[in-house]
Design a binder for this molecule. Structure first.
Ligand code: BES
Ligand code: ZN
Ligand code: ZN
Length: 502
């Protein structure tokens, strides 16, 4: 889809549909909505009076113009109550109106800037949010099935003045780059596990490196053996697919030795291993590489936006299957940092592969570290589908990630890491065991990872839950969400900014 900012009068634009908005509770529409209403001889005002158009958030009302406007359709999108308004609601509204108009076969959509007037957000933020919402909301995964509707070909963001239009181009560019990166992550996550094996994931990363001119390296089994990555190798032993450790680097600040490290859990399929999961819902475990996909896709977007900072993604990838060669409950694995781990259940595999990835990232000198992982069902039980849980050994870094997440609308909630719970992962025969009891399961998983992060500032985001959406809503569609990509990009941009201003 092409997205352009143009100067003009929304009521006079040549398009299949034009989009204006209404806040909930507003009886007398103003601005562009009023202008379009006048051209429609008061049809919108009449529908508001009749209570058909209420302005409820993400409500899309279709009004046919029958020749009164060049566009055949006017869509009035609800922005909700003005006191609840956020930039994320612009994303959500854009996702909804784009899908509604696609269902009506509109190929060319023109929209006003939402929320830049009465909503009080600035024009750049609005243009960026509309772009993100449209690109994310129109996403479809169509590799194995013809899509139901034809693509929207073009979206025009219409502003009154020429100079304003030019100023918004960079906001649209940024919105498009991050949303397309999130969609790239969605593609990887939606791909079934027979088409997204560790080898194929490494190939996808290689292709991404080629496209964005990133440095690329893959550690193979022999390298892992040489480095003593017994935890990652242990998890991978049940599959005939060899594990990989993918390293993608972006160099935006050649003068600096410092680099941010982004890690992601890359289990391309989590059957649970010998501690096998119930078959119901097991198919969803193709999504167990959502953290890895997010870290890789974020690097692609960062390379496009070129902030002056270095960022490296370290992504361990393996498949967790039961077999004659699989690791077993009761086994002891020796991780790269020398620590021994008693495997109580082979289904707590994510923390094992991340343990070695964290050691490797620290050996590379990456700091600070942020990992994304579909780590525990417990996180999803605690916070549901809309929130990721966030853990950290460094509050200043946690605050930076939470700030970035607030701006992107990716909701994260910080959890505690009480020392006392470490008791739960003490083992009788090894330095630690890979699970605690059921209570506080997301916390003990984080405490396990903390042992490998050591004193490097580190944030762990458990994305089990928000990595996929059970339904179409706002800018989310059913299936993979690409959660985390936009926050990782935002964090890198913010960090680059900080270094410049110091
Ligand atoms: N990949 C799962 C966690 C998960 C569950 C992600 C549901 C998304 C949705 C992870 O590897 C796992 O199996 N965790 C176990 C840990 C337990 C055995 C301590 C879990 O959460 O049940
Ligand atoms: Zn598991
Ligand atoms: Zn898993």
């Amino acid at each position: 889809m092409e997205i352009k900012v143009i100067a003009g009068d929304i009521a006079r634009v040549d398009a299949d549909a034009v989009v204006v908005n209404l806040f909930e509770g507003v009886e007398q529409a103003g601005g562009a909505t009023a202008a379009v209403d006048t051209a429609l001889d008061g049809a919108i005002a009449a529908l508001i009076r009749r209570g058909e158009i209420k302005g409820k958030f993400a409500e899309v009302s279709i009004v046919h113009t029958f020749g009164k406007l060049p566009a055949g359709i006017v869509a009035v999108v609800g922005l909700g109550r003005s006191e609840d308004f956020t930039a994320d609601r612009v994303r959500g509204a854009a996702g909804e109106f784009c899908r509604a108009l696609r269902r009506l076969n509109c190929h060319k959509i023109a929209t006003v800037l939402h929320g830049a007037g009465a909503g009080g957000i600035d024009a750049g933020r609005s243009a960026e949010a509309i772009t993100e919402g449209a690109v994310l909301g129109l996403y479809t995964f169509a590799r194995y099935k013809k899509p139901e509707y034809e693509d929207v070909g073009e979206m025009l963001i219409v502003v009154p003045k020429e100079d304003e239009a030019a100023a918004l181009e960079s906001a649209v560019h940024r919105g498009r780059v991050v949303a397309e990166a999130a969609n790239a992550a969605r593609d990887m996550v939606n791909e079934p596990a027979n088409y997204m094996t560790p080898g194929q994931m490494a190939e996808a990363a290689r292709e991404m490196a080629r496209r964005h001119a990133l440095e690329f390296k893959v550690l193979e089994v022999e390298d892992m053996e040489a480095m003593g990555m017994g935890a990652l190798l242990g998890v991978a032993r049940g599959s005939i697919e060899r594990p990989r450790l993918i390293v993608l680097s972006y160099k935006g600040d050649e003068g600096s030795q410092q680099a941010l490290g982004y890690l992601g859990k890359g289990i391309t399929f989590d059957s649970g291993g010998l501690s096998i999961k119930p078959s119901e819902g097991m198919g969803d475990m193709k999504q167990d590489m959502a953290g890895a996909a997010a870290a890789l896709a974020a690097l692609g977007a960062i390379a496009e936006l070129r902030p002056s900072i270095n960022v490296t993604a370290v992504v361990p990838v393996a498949e967790n299957l039961p077999s004659a060669t699989a690791f077993r409950p009761g086994d002891v694995l020796k991780a790269m940092n020398g620590k021994t781990v008693e495997v109580v259940t082979t289904d707590a595999e994510g923390r094992l592969i991340l343990a070695d990835a964290l050691s490797y990232a620290r050996q590379m000198g990456l700091s600070p570290l942020v990992d994304l992982a579909t780590l525990t069902g417990a996180s999803r039980i605690a916070l549901g589908n809309l929130y990721a849980s966030l853990f950290s050994n460094n509050q200043a870094l946690a605050d930076k990630v939470l700030d970035a997440a607030r701006r992107t609308g990716e909701r994260m909630w910080q959890m505690p890491m009480p020392e006392e719970y470490k008791e739960q992962i003490k083992s009788d025969i090894a330095d630690m065991k890979n699970v605690g009891n059921r209570q506080g399961g997301a916390i003990t998983a984080a405490l396990f990872l903390a042992e490998f992060a050591g004193d490097t500032p580190w944030v762990h985001v458990d994305v089990a839950g928000p990595e996929s959406s059970p339904k179409e809503s706002g800018y989310l569609v059913k299936g993979a969400t690409g959660f985390g990509v936009r926050t990782l990009v935002e964090l890198a941009l913010n960090e680059a900014q900080r270094q410049v201003t110091i």
